[in-house]
Design a protein around this ligand. Structure first.
Ligand code: NAD
Ligand code: GLY
Length: 369
């Protein structure tokens, strides 16, 4: 066993629910990454049909020194499977193996596996511990951190779920080597998000290091994951259950979720929808006086350079804007049927507010292909 390279750590401070995110190359095989976890007889690795052949055996071997039984359940791969039927496969495995209430779940995969495993952990026997082992860039910089867990409903994304924090997050940067380029771009969408909402110096850094990130240089990836997690830790530490500030992490998501639901889950990747949603949100911010046209162009250019779509899809041939508005009213931030957007109140500053339908329609018309 060699020492992991580029090992970093970020702490999430949430009183008795605090935990660490470990970031490094080679962590999957490194004993330190798996020491001092909750003690139990059994562990269950939850993964999917793409990730299992790549990494499940290595995680199983690493965990064998900690748990007498290490079981694995392999889910079908895809956002379209983030539903009750697939969630039930995790419960089938837990009950089928006679897993008790101390059993530790390990989510090995991207955000879909992480969100479903977290929700299963929150509800199995009213709560068992779980560990996030994210293997996509998107999951390492966002979904594995902060305790949001969920499945989709045909009428809305992530509508059924729970806040439930993991015991630990282990980000092995080496797993990103096998990630398809389109998925890497989707993850860059969530990395870029942190700049305009909270840290313009980070936005500068992403612009300067985009080609290194696209080339998957370990130092660049380590910094992007670490800084993203630091910003997310800072936000979640103040507002774990999204009573206010945490909503800023949804910059681009109101438009993005409408795109995902309107096209059917899986047609566009979540990070692609968020990237395009950020373009729409920055246009709306400009119309409300938060940022100028130069900033709109700057952010749009970066999102395009990251390989993400910047033209929004048509969701309805008859009244496209009405369809967007209808879908956005189902968003979790909506209150009394009023859509609330995360918008920019200046570069590096975000707020949550409603906007006149007429302005939103203008943005949809301007941004749709
Ligand atoms: P994903 O989980 O579908 O993974 C993307 C694809 O990459 C899948 O086909 C997967 O099998 C594959 N894959 C994963 N790791 C791989 C690897 N190392 N090598 C090769 N292939 C690999 O998608 P995602 O982008 O990771 O996550 C998107 C999901 O995360 C959405 O459901 C979204 O709602 C959710 N999300 C949740 C939060 C949160 O706070 N909980 C935040 C953002 C997004
Ligand atoms: N991805 C948004 C959040 O975790 O709040």
């Amino acid at each position: 066993m060699t020492a992991p390279t580029v090992s970093e750590s970020v702490h999430i401070e949430l009183a008795e629910r605090s935990y660490d995110i470990t970031i490094g190359a080679g962590l999957l095989d490194h004993a330190d990454a798996w020491s001092s976890l909750p003690r139990a007889h059994a562990a269950l690795i939850v993964t999917n049909s793409t990730v299992a052949p790549l990494y499940a055996k290595r995680l199983q071997e690493a965990l064998a020194s900690q748990y007498a039984c290490v079981h694995t359940v392999v889910l079908p791969d895809g956002e379209g499977y983030k539903n009750w039927q697939t969630l039930n496969l995790i419960f089938d495995a837990l009950l089928g193996h006679g897993c008790d209430r101390k059993t530790v779940l390990f989510a090995l995969g991207g955000g879909v596996v992480g969100d479903m495993t977290g929700f299963a952990a929150a509800s199995y026997m009213r709560g068992v511990p779980f560990v996030q082992v994210p293997t996509t860039l998107l999951a390492q910089v966002d979904s594995s951190v902060g305790g949001k867990t969920a499945i989709n409903h045909p009428l809305g994304k992530n509508m059924i779920g729970a806040f439930y924090q993991p015991e630990r997050v282990v980000c092995d940067l080496d797993t990103l080597k096998t990630l398809p380029a389109r998925e890497l771009s989707a993850g860059l969408g969530e990395v870029i998000k942190y700049g305009p909402i909270a840290d313009m110096a980070f936005l500068d850094w992403i612009e300067s290091n985009l080609s290194e990130l696209q080339a998957r240089e370990p130092q660049a990836l380590a910094h992007a994951v670490k800084r993203s997690c630091e910003i997310k830790a800072w936000v979640v530490g103040q507002d774990e259950r999204e009573t206010g500030l945490r909503a800023i992490l949804n910059f681009g998501h109101t438009f993005g979720h409408a795109i995902e639901a309107g096209l059917g889950y899986g047609a566009w990747l979540h990070g692609e929808a968020v990237g395009c949603g950020m373009v729409m949100a920055v246009h709306l911010s400009q119309r409300l006086g938060g940022v100028d046209g130069a900033f709109v162009q700057r952010l749009t250019a970066l999102i395009a350079a990251a390989g993400l779509p910047v033209r929004a899809p048509m969701l309805d041939a008859t009244d496209n804007a009405a369809r967007y508005l209808e879908l956005m009213r189902i968003d979790k931030k909506s209150e009394g049927g009023e859509i609330r957007f995360v918008l920019l109140d200046g570069p590096g500053r975000a707020l949550v507010r409603a906007a006149p339908d007429a302005l939103v329609r203008e943005v949809i018309d301007a941004c749709c292909a």
